[in-house]
Design a protein around this ligand. Sequence first.
Ligand SMILES: [Zn+2]
Length: 145
Amino acid sequence: MDYYGIGFSNIRLPNSSESYIYKYDRRVNQFPEEVFLHEFLHTLERNSKEYGYEIPELHAYESYGYKNETVFGQKEWYKDYMNKEIVTSVGNVGLPQEIYKLKPAKNSNFENVTERTDVFKEPENILDEIKQIIDRIKTKIEERG
Ligand SMILES: [Zn+2]
């Protein structure tokens, strides 16, 4: 996702710690880290595009002949995506190997997102909430002169 030129991802997980997604289970889930890897790869996907590399969309596994497997999820796709080993008629594609050593392409990626959330009326996080309290105290002190 993109917010004021800053990319971020929001990972929502089930509340129940009994959920199969948290556990390695030989029969049900052999890739519990998938959701975290997926979101991390979006960052590298974005960085690659911002550096001008032509790479496959992270979500496009099916158009390259990969499947979402029951127990392994998209593990094969991610492995080939990360190693640039997706076979196509024009050669292997995937993330450029250099991307693991490059910082994000744009300076806006380094700006602190909490400084930019004041467009919202409601505090969105604990830092905003603290900042609002401090601002209220400052205003009160100024009013008393
Ligand atoms: Zn995604």
